[in-house]
Ligand binder design. Structure first.
Ligand code: PLP
Length: 412
C-alpha cells in the first residue's frame, strides 16, 4: 500500500521486482522528501543565520523550524535538538564532551549488543582517561537485567545503550534501565537509530538524558542526525566543535558561546537535509507511528514464523520481543553467498557482522544474514524471500552432493 510513495521501489533489479529488506542499514525515501530537497535547491538555497536577504531568511526560517518539528516528534523543545551528521556523530559528540568531566576510575556501562558507534568512541576515550568500561551481558538474546544491577556502582557515570538491536532486533526495556540507572545518578544515553522509525519515542516520558538517531533510517536523507539532550545537561556541556555559528563573541583572548542548540552546531549545517528530515517526519506523522509499529510488528512476526520453518536455518534473536530486524544463518552456507544469491532474485538483504563484532564474538559466529523491515514491505516480500532461501539451500545442497560423489568416485 505504501510502496507507491517510494519511487526507488518501482524498479527491477536483475529483471526481478526489487524487494528491499535492508532498512536497518538505511530506509528508502518517499517522493515528498526528495521533492522538498530539490525544491530547496531550486528556490530557497542560501546559507543560514548569516544574510539579511530574502533567500537567507527563508532558509534560516526553515532550518530553525526543523529543530522545532523534530523536537515535537520526540516531545522535546527546539533548544534540546542538535543536528549532527547521524547517530555516530551524536554519540561521538557525547563521548567527547561528557568524558571531559570524568576522572580515572569512573565507570561507563555499555551492552554486549551495541553497534560499533556506541562502543569505539567510549573505549577509545576511556583508554586515555583511565575510565572503566563495563558491559551488560546477554541472556537468550536479551539484556540480563540482574547482572546489569550488579554492574552499577557509585562510580557509574554513564549508561549508554541501544533501544533496538540492529542485529538481534531485541527491544530493550529502556524505561526500566533509565529508572534504575538514575538511582545511581548515572546519565543514560539511548541509541535510537533502529527504534526511531518503528516506535513512538517520548523523551520526557522515558526520562532519558540523551537520545541519538539518524535521519536516513527514518525515510529522511543521509547527512542529518539528531542528538537530543535535556536542556540543563546541554547547557553544562562544553562545545564539541568550534567555528562559525556556535559563538556569540570572539576575540583572540576570549570566545563566548552561542545559546542552545547553536552552541553545538559549528559551521554551515546540512540545511537541505534538515528540510528533508522534516518531510520524513510529516510522512511518518501522516501514517501514524502506532500504525507503522503495528504493521512492522505483524510483518516481523510473520517473517519469524515462516523463517522458523526452514530446516537448518537458525534465527539469532529473542523472537517474542523483536521488532523490524531479523538475523539468521543457514547451516554450512556462508551469509555472503546467501545474500549474493538473493541479489540475483532482486532481494536486498544484509550479511556480515553488522558493525557489531563484539556481539559476533560473544555469539561465536562470524556473521549473519539480516532482513530488516519497513512500512512498504509486505507478506508478499517475505513469501518471495522464503522461496529464494529454499532455492539457495537446494543449490548448495546439490553442489555438496555432487562434490561428495566426485570425491567418492575419485577414491575408488
Ligand atoms: N546505532 C545503531 C543501533 C545502528 O544500527 C547504526 C547504523 O546502522 C548506528 C548506530 C550508526 O548510525 P549512522 O551510521 O547513521 O551514524
Amino acid at each position: 500500500m505504501y510502496e507507491k510513495d517510494f519511487p526507488i521501489l518501482k524498479q527491477k533489479v536483475n529483471r526481478k521486482r526489487l524487494i528491499y529488506l535492508d532498512n536497518a542499514a538505511t530506509s528508502q525515501k518517499p517522493s515528498q522528501v526528495i521533492q522538498a530537497m530539490n525544491d530547496f535547491y531550486e528556490k530557497d538555497n542560501a546559507n543560514v543565520h548569516r544574510g539579511l536577504h530574502e533567500l537567507s531568511m527563508r532558509s534560516s526560517f526553515a532550518y530553525e523550524k526543523a529543530h522545532e518539528i523534530v523536537g515535537n516528534f520526540i516531545n522535546a523543545s527546539e533548544e534540546e535538538i542538535i543536528f549532527t551528521k547521524g547517530t555516530t556523530e551524536s554519540l561521538n559528540l557525547l563521548a567527547y564532551t561528557l568524558t571531559k568531566s570524568l576522572k580515572k576510575g569512573d565507570e561507563i556501562i555499555l551492552t554486549e549488543m551495541e553497534h560499533h558507534s556506541n562502543i569505539v568512541p567510549w573505549t577509545e576515550l576511556a583508554k586515555e582517561k583511565g575510565i572503566k568500561i563495563k558491559v551488560i551481558p546477554l541472556k537468550d538474546y536479551q539484556l540480563d537485567l540482574k547482572k546489569f544491577k550488579l554492574l552499577l556502582t557509585k562510580k557509574t557515570k554513564i549508561v549508554s545503550l541501544t533501544h533496538i538491536s540492529n542485529v538481534l532486533g531485541t527491544i530493550n526495556p529502556i524505561k526500566e534501565i533509565i529508572k534504575i540507572s538514575h538511582k545511581y545518578k548515572a546519565l543514560v544515553i539511548i541509541d535510537a537509530a533502529q527504534s526511531i522509525s518503528h516506535m513512538k519515542i517520548d523523551v520526557k516520558e522515558l526520562d532519558c538524558d540523551f537520545l541519538a538517531f539518524s535521519g536516513h533510517k527514518m525515510f529522511g536523507p543521509t547527512g542529518i542526525g539528531v542528538l537530543y539532550g535535556k536542556k540543563k545537561l546541554l547547557e553544562k556541556l562544553p562545545p564539541f566543535q568550534f567555528g562559525g555559528g556556535m559563538i556569540k563573541e570572539v576575540s583572540f583572548n576570549k570566545t563566548t558561546f552561542n545559546d542552545l542548540p547553536w552552541k553545538f552546531e559549528a559551521g554551515t549545517p546540512n540545511i537541505a537535509e534538515a528540510i528533508g528530515l522534516v518531510k520524513a517526519i510529516e510522512y511518518i506523522n501522516k501514517i501514524g507511528l502506532e500504525n507503522i509499529q503495528a504493521h512492522n510488528q505483524e510483518l516481523t512476526n510473520y517473517a519469524i514464523e515462516r523463517l522458523s520453518k526452514i530446516k537448518d536455518l537458525k534465527i539469532i534473536g529473542p523472537k517474542d520481543n523483536q521488532l523490524g530486524v531479523i538475523s539468521f544463518y543457514i547451516k554450512d552456507i556462508h551469509p555472503h553467498d546467501v545474500s549474493e544469491f538473493l541479489n540475483g532474485e532482486g532481494i536486498a538483504i544484509r550479511s556480515g557482522n553488522h558493525c557489531a563484532m563484539p556481539l559476533m564474538n560473544i555469539l561465536k559466529i562470524q556473521g549473519t544474514n539480516r532482513i530488516s523491515l519497513q512500512i512498504y514491505n509486505t507478506t508478499k516480500d517475505i513469501d518471495a524471500l522464503i522461496i529464494a532461501l529454499n532455492k539457495v539451500k537446494e543449490i548448495f545442497n546439490g553442489w555438496r552432493r555432487r562434490n561428495l560423489q566426485r570425491k567418492h568416485i575419485g577414491s575408488l
